[in-house]
Design a protein around this ligand. Sequence first.
Ligand code: 3PG
Length: 210
Amino acid sequence: MPAPRLSEMAPGVPIIPVIVVDDVADALPLADALAEGGLTCLELTLRTPAGLPAAQAILAERPHITVGIGTVLSVDDLNRCVDAGVAFTVSPGLTDPLREAVARSPIPHLGGCQTISDAMACREAGLLDIKLFPAALAGGVPLARAIGSVMPDLRICPTGGITADTAAQTLAEPNIFAVGGTWITPKTAIAARDWPAITRLARAATESLT
Ligand code: 3PG
């Protein structure tokens, strides 16, 4: 049975903070700060060793938050995430082995696409939700529109270069179901444990959609 689609899970406000943490102890205050600003769907990344344990800490303590893992680069990464019980996985691109594995994964996966051919390969594998990455470099909204014109069944989450100023206009596209990015959780704010600043950024993002 195919995994459910993230685009059909309605995990709240369609803005997904992409998070890099160095310290697992930051996981809960960070997740709480984002939730207070209205964002309850998060992507922790495997860019640091703390990423997966941080996701597990949030999963265990904050069941109302949808926690995914990004920067999945290999089948082994994918298996570790599925075993950890995360809600979804994300990869910046797709290799042939990873595409085959995510097509069989029990949880939703957003596979990174940069071109029409990447999107076709995902569609062929039954992966109808894709991540457009790095969106600003790959072609942004015009590329999302081009994908929509030939593959209207795909739903897209652009990340990479999305900002507070472009999130709302990007989400106005009918085939874009969410946007992601690091602008809500800047490295400097996490390092300073400035949780109120993160709540302010999350709230600004949430309110930009209304
Ligand atoms: C991602 O993995 O989606 C990106 O690193 C986010 O890119 P950004 O830093 O430009 O938001």
